[in-house]
Structures are given as structure tokens and as C-alpha cells.
Design a binder for this molecule. Structure first.
Ligand SMILES: C[S@@+](CC[C@H](N)C(=O)[O-])C[C@H]1O[C@@H](n2cnc3c(N)ncnc32)[C@H](O)[C@@H]1O
Length: 301
């Protein structure tokens, strides 16, 4: 039974890290005219109304994206990410400059998509996939015509993202990004992820893969064993970007999150090295907040 609903957490510090990294990678892929493939294994609902009762329950975006949004001119390196946020608010006809809606990873990817690029989204939860289809449908007839003239919309599969991914590899176009963002509700997700990546390496070793993972309390954190398992999957270049916003507790709670990037694009390490400490400074909730970048594996080639 799947109970995780991303709407409760939309725009929090973990989304900021994930979508900032996702945007930087898609920006790098957009430098060349050649098309890219984007695959989202755990897509969620696509986009979120911040006034929704679920999001309002803890208003996690207030200690996440809202803190950057109000000073966005100070973050030129995140212009692409902010562009995706502006785009969803404009599409939903929110008043100029307001932050009423927040893009999930599918909407972030849609913002970067050009006619030559392809988007494939997978989601297993019945209600979330229905929302995803609705949110990714062209808005209104005029827009529908606009879209059909320029490019194909995303392909959406109601399926398991781990097995679904293997069936899609290698994708066409043959360059691109896979975003893997499981809820880790099931303990097996960690093991399944590592096994999936070993298979993905055999089918598409040159793809860029960005994997989100939580940083949890000492008694329950599994990030170290996840890293150890991913280091064995065959990929030679693995970058880990971690943002911790508060002190790690002993028994319960998420104090931050990480993005593991397999085959990161050129210069992403430099971009993240300067971005992460600034994110920690802005999103930190106590003095122990840190932004940390490390190569888990790096080839000498
Ligand atoms: C963290 S949310 C995704 C958020 C989204 N990637 C974003 O950044 O906006 C995880 C999603 O994975 C879905 N999910 C859980 N297990 C799944 C599976 N095995 N395959 C595909 N989706 C799954 C959940 O229903 C949930 O919507």
C-alpha cells in the first residue's frame, strides 16, 4: 500500500536541492541542439498548489523554496530553476511574481523541453498518476494547438518506476537524464534501487542518473549503505551533493537529503561546490546546517 503523497512536502528543502540539481543538469543538456531524453521514475503529481490543505498542513515550502524565492535575484545560477517556477505560476494565471504553485520534477523537466527532446514519466499510485495526467495535459485549446505544432507531450506510464526504467533503456535520443526519486517507504527500495542501477549500467552506461535520498536520524539512516551499494554498480563517476538543514537526531526524523549524480555533466561539481554552502546558509534551521559535495567515485580519464 502506497501512502506517501508528495503534496504534503512540496517545495521543502529537499525539493529545493533536488530540483536545483535537476535544473542544472537539464540546462547542461540543453546547451547542444541535439535532443535529450528525460525519464522520471517516480514522478508524483507533476505540480502542486501551495494553498492546498495538504501542503498547508506543515507549510514546508516556507522553510524551503519561499526563502530563496523572495531574494531570487541573488541566485543567478538558479535562473533555470526559477524559470520553471515562474512558468507554472504563469500557466496557472497566478498574479505576477507570486509563489502560488510549485513545479514537481515533471513540470521542471517540461520547462526545459524543446521539440527534439523526449519526456517519459512513471508513477505507481492511482490518484497521483491521475493528477499527473491532468497536470501535464496542455492547458486549454489554444495551448494544445501551440504544443501540437511544436512538440510531442510527455509519455506517462502508470507503472513501477524501477522495472519500468529497465524496459526503457537505452532511450532515444541516446543522451539524457533519469531522475530517480523514490519515497523510501519500503525498506526494500534501497536494495531495489541498487539492483536497478546495476541493470541500468548494462543497458545505458552513458546516461546521467540523479538519485535523491534522505539523510535520516542515526538509528535509521541508510545513506552510507546506499552509497556503498551504488559504488558497486559499474558507474565510474558518482558525485554526492548533500544538504543538511539541522542537527542529526538519534532516533527519528529527516535532517536533510542528498542527490547522487552518476555521470554528472561537465562542471556540475564546480557549480554545486559554490551552491551547496549558500543553500545551507539560507535553508539552515540551526548552526549545524551544512552543504557538502564529494566524489564517491571519480575516474582518472
Ligand atoms: C517523492 S515523490 C516524487 C516527487 C517528484 N519526483 C517530484 O520531485 O516532484 C515519490 C512518488 O513515487 C511514487 N511511487 C512509490 N513507489 C513507486 C514505484 N515503485 N514506482 C513508481 N512510483 C512510485 C509515489 O506515489 C510518489 O508519488
Amino acid at each position: 500500500m502506497l501512502s506517501y503523497r508528495h503534496g504534503f512536502h512540496a517545495g521543502n528543502h529537499a525539493d529545493v536541492l533536488k530540483h536545483a540539481v535537476q535544473s542544472l543538469i537539464l540546462e547542461a543538456l540543453s546547451i547542444k541542439d541535439k535532443g535529450f531524453s528525460y525519464i522520471d521514475t517516480h514522478a508524483g503529481a507533476g505540480g502542486y498548489a501551495l494553498a492546498h490543505e495538504w501542503t498547508q498542513k506543515k507549510s514546508e515550502y516556507l522553510t524551503g523554496i519561499a526563502l530563496l524565492w523572495q531574494h531570487r535575484e541573488q541566485w543567478p545560477e538558479l535562473a533555470g530553476y526559477f524559470g520553471a517556477i515562474t512558468a507554472i505560476n504563469e500557466t496557472m494565471q497566478a498574479p505576477a511574481d507570486t509563489l502560488d504553485f510549485y513545479p514537481g520534477s515533471p513540470k521542471v523537466a517540461e520547462y526545459f523541453k524543446r521539440p527534439q527532446d523526449s519526456l517519459t514519466l512513471m508513477e505507481l499510485h492511482n490518484n497521483e498518476v491521475a493528477q499527473l495526467r491532468e497536470n501535464m495535459a496542455p492547458q486549454g485549446r489554444r495551448l494544445a494547438q501551440h504544443y501540437s505544432n511544436r512538440s510531442k507531450g510527455p509519455t506517462i506510464h502508470h507503472t513501477d518506476g524501477f522495472t519500468g526504467l529497465i524496459g526503457l533503456l537505452p532511450p532515444t535520443p541516446k543522451r539524457g537524464l533519469v531522475l530517480i526519486d523514490p519515497p523510501y517507504e519500503l525498506k526494500e527500495d534501497y536494495q531495489t534501487l541498487a539492483e536497478t542501477m546495476a541493470q541500468a549500467y548494462k543497458r545505458w552506461p552513458i546516461g546521467i542518473y540523479a538519485i535523491w535520498y534522505p539523510l535520516l536520524a542515526k538509528d535509521v539512516d541508510r545513506s552510507a549503505s546506499l552509497k556503498a551499494a551504488l559504488a558497486q554498480t559499474g558507474f565510474d563517476n558518482i558525485l554526492c551533493a548533500e544538504l543538511s538543514v539541522r542537527q542529526q537526531a538519534q532516533d527519528f526524523g529527516m535532517h536533510g537529503s542528498g542527490m547522487m549524480i552518476l555521470n554528472p555533466p561537465w562542471k556540475l561539481d564546480e557549480q554545486l561546490k559554490s551552491l551547496l554552502p549558500r543553500l545551507a546558509e539560507t535553508l539552515g534551521q540551526d548552526p549545524s546546517a551544512t552543504g557538502h559535495l564529494a566524489w564517491l567515485k571519480q575516474s582518472d580519464k
